[in-house]
Design a protein around this ligand. Sequence first.
Ligand code: PMP
Length: 549
Amino acid sequence: MSLVQRLARPEILALPPTDVAAAQKGAPIGSSIKLDANENPFAPLVGGSLAASINRYPEPQPAALRQRLADLYGVGPETLWVTRGSDDAIDLLVRAFCRPGIDKVAVVEPTFSAYAQFARIQGAEVIAARLTEEFAFDADAVFAAVQPERPKLLFLCTPNNPTGTPVDPNDARRIAAALPDTLVVVDEAYGEFAEEPSLAGEAAGNLVVLRTLSKAYGLAGARVGCAIADPEIIELIARVSPPYPLPSLSIAAALDALSPERMPLHAERVARLVAYREVLADTLRSVAEVRSVRTGGNFLFLEVDDPTGLAQRLAAAGIRLRFRPNAAPGGVRVTVGTDAENAAMLAVFGVASGDKPSRRVELVRDTKETRIAVAIDLDRSEPRRISTGIGFYDHMLDQVAAHGGFALTLACAGDLAIDPHHSVEDVALALGAALKQALRDKRGIGRFGFALPMDETRAEVLVDLSGRPFCKFEGTFETEAVGGLPTQMVPHIFRSLADAMGAAIHVRVDGDNDHHKVEGCFKAFGRALRMGLALGGDASALPSTKGML
Ligand code: PMP
């Protein structure tokens, strides 16, 4: 008898299997006349492009998203079931395996309350092991508490909500091996923010992994997650899934957000949130009313002296934190927010963050020809990660950011099969627009900048962040292209930048080698920008007698 045959509820095993491929059989949905599902033939009366075709039911199990998630987590699609958030995956597992009044679910308290909640709704008894006093995960203690109860499911949350505690993958493996008649469900909802490697690739036998797009990918409102497990378990939870669990809008949003040119920005955001998290933790450790600070995922777990008083001050400031008195008497979970949100939160703890307003912006620019995502931080020099599809252009933009002294994450998926033109131009426009936004009201900046030489080449770029677009390019190139970048596009790039930034950019270049000449222009532009963007002595001063820029 297989594991599933031993553990599953007999009444679920008796259900007919779900035919996952049913929707893909016959003509593709888009091209068939659909008179089979009692849908309304008219387009829905809602605006926006995502509304297209929501008069039709979605695929019961969206094949493209299933494949994309499988690729994302490095597993085969047959081992993954797309769910309505990972909440739904918890519920499906509990319903597929636990008979009311008979079976048990084990959790390691304090932890995410949904495990016990879904278990109780199903009528399953909840067995609670505990983290140590210090909120550490003690595998032997968990095993000792759980093993005699023979639960159907054991939920391990790593990093744990709300304490941030990681579970060492070796401990999870060991526990799964020692409990062969329990499904060990490792919830990696916050896995992207953790250092421990994912167990997704090892989800087989009685080891199940849950993932979600709600946290790292910013899609909490779309409700997309998944369970990764042995195909036999997947086949079983498919039987307890509702017919069309995932809204088409969510499927479309998830596929869009997970497209390759969005991935560098996701990575940059995660790194950024982790860095913020540690800065916040250090800051809060020096606050007297905060007795302890732990971190994990995209949150902090504090123990405070006076949770009631804190709650009042937070309410007055319009800030919501999650109080977790069951975890610890003064337990509070704090999600890492934006710079401004974090500063407002710190202010409630009496910490004035002397930080200047953030000069970080994100921008997404999509057309039929190009899809571009950019993140810029004028006050950090890392990371620099650029992929336009044109290697030499990447190198040139890297020069701009490196010499400009700012962090730049930029990815473009463009119609390069036609010509580099659209990608080159649109990237310049997106970069220019991002720079303009990041400058905000321009108070405190240098405004002007200039720079010069490179070997035999002389490249001179003058920049005025004036708000008035103007571009003057003096120089010619002998060759048609350098490294896949048409030289004809070089003046065009600077014009696009000037237009999008609202800046005057004057470029003059002469020399013998076109590679040097092109590179000289970008380097000099970076240097000129560095001076123009740099914050000077008086943060409130506008470098203009007009009073506006
Ligand atoms: N697991 C953990 C540990 C969580 O904290 C949460 C939500 N806060 C979830 C799962 C569920 O997330 P979602 O349903 O949005 O995927």
